[in-house]
Design a protein around this ligand. Structure first.
Ligand SMILES: [Zn+2]
Length: 351
């Protein structure tokens, strides 16, 4: 359970939230229950659609509830660019106006063009003035929590329906923080296919091809982190025991996840459980009324693919931001560069 750190502020802001508009019975009390009873994970990146499903709320009202709660200082909005191949949160922005149009996933190295209806997701984090969670101190998280919960999102699913985060956990050979000017050791048994390494904070990754006849003796491998790559770049190995040493001569800590991939791993897109998209939010009257400056300043230049909406500009006539007006591709696949100059990393649609 998260620790409420300011009871008086919580009570005052809940009272203002209750009075902000007419709510269905017990809606605000359900949000209060979440704040008081939810653990750190439950209060980090709250998805209004998940909240609605779990607490018996109407999804539209749950969205309005979190928007009003944000306006009252109970939560903070978190705009994320999400990679559709590896579910990582490529960038996090506190405000719409900071969201980038073009982005490159540091883990799978693919480039994307963000549109309001794809790759841009909005979540709600409990305000640190209300409750303390471990996600407010990301440097203190354990390596898995940091890499896959803090630097990723939960909604991604493999083509077989399994949660991506669960599949990745099951395929892990090891995950460690490698301290500055330090080293980490990973011992595992490699299966045919590929063992790859990804780091949440750097584009550097490695891929160890595993093929040939199995061996019984341990195969030692030493890699050195060089900021944007690992050396050596390729190491052929046979199926069997591996002792992998990673040296980090840099002055900063790196997180390294070592993941086993089968030989038939494909380069596939994930599907995602419903989340709040930029398009959804920009068509929300509640968002437009509560966060007007965000709407005016933020959406210009980022397309919405499948609808045309009118956004007010500052004191001027409405401006059309339809797909045709911004010459944006009309489908996901057509907007995506699948070329990658680097070895395909572990997170590049492995399954
Ligand atoms: Zn990616």
């Amino acid at each position: 359970m998260a620790t409420v750190i300011d009871e008086r502020a919580l009570d005052e802001r809940l009272a203002k939230l209750e009075a902000a508009r007419g709510w269905s019975p017990r809606v605000v009390s359900r949000l209060e229950s979440l704040i008081r009873e939810g653990d750190d994970t439950a209060l980090f990146r709250v998805n209004p659609f998940t909240l609605a499903a779990e607490r018996g709320l109407d999804p539209a009202e749950a969205t309005d509830l979190l928007l009003h709660a944000t306006a009252q200082g109970l939560f903070e909005m978190d705009w994320l660019l999400i990679c559709p191949r590896c579910a990582c949160a490529v960038e996090s922005f506190a405000k719409l106006r900071a969201v980038m149009r073009q982005f490159r996933c540091p883990q799978c190295h693919n480039e994307y063009e963000a549109a309001m209806d794809d790759y841009i997701a909005i979540y709600f984090n409990i305000s640190p003035q209300i409750a303390a969670t471990r996600y407010q101190q990301p440097q203190a998280l354990d390596p898995f929590d940091y890499t896959f919960h803090y630097r990723g999102v939960r909604e991604g699913r493999r083509p077989d329906g399994a949660l991506y985060i669960d599949s990745t956990r099951a395929a892990l050979c090891g995950i460690e923080f490698v301290p500055p000017e330090g080293a980490a050791s990973f011992g595992f048994t490699a299966a045919p296919g590929m063992v790859a390494g990804v780091s949440a904070d750097t584009e550097a990754g490695f891929a160890l091809q595993i093929s040939g006849e199995p061996v019984t003796g341990t195969q030692p491998v030493r890699l050195a982190y060089r900021g944007d790559r690992y050396e050596p770049a390729e190491v052929p190995l046979a199926p069997g025991p591996v002792q992998l040493e990673i040296a980090n001569p840099s002055s900063h800590r790196i997180a390294v996840a070592v993941v086993q991939f089968p030989p038939d791993a494909g380069d596939e897109f994930l599907t995602f459980d419903p989340y709040l998209t930029g398009k959804h939010l920009l068509t929300s009257q509640t968002f437009k009324s509560l966060f007007r400056s965000e709407v005016v300043g933020g959406a210009q230049g980022i397309a919405i693919r499948d609808i045309a909406i009118l956004l007010p500009t500052s004191g001027a006539r409405p401006r059309c931001t339809s797909a045709s007006a911004t010459s944006t591709p009309t489908s996901w696949s057509s907007s995506i560069s699948t070329g990658c100059a680097k070895p395909r990393c572990a997170m590049a649609g492995p399954w």
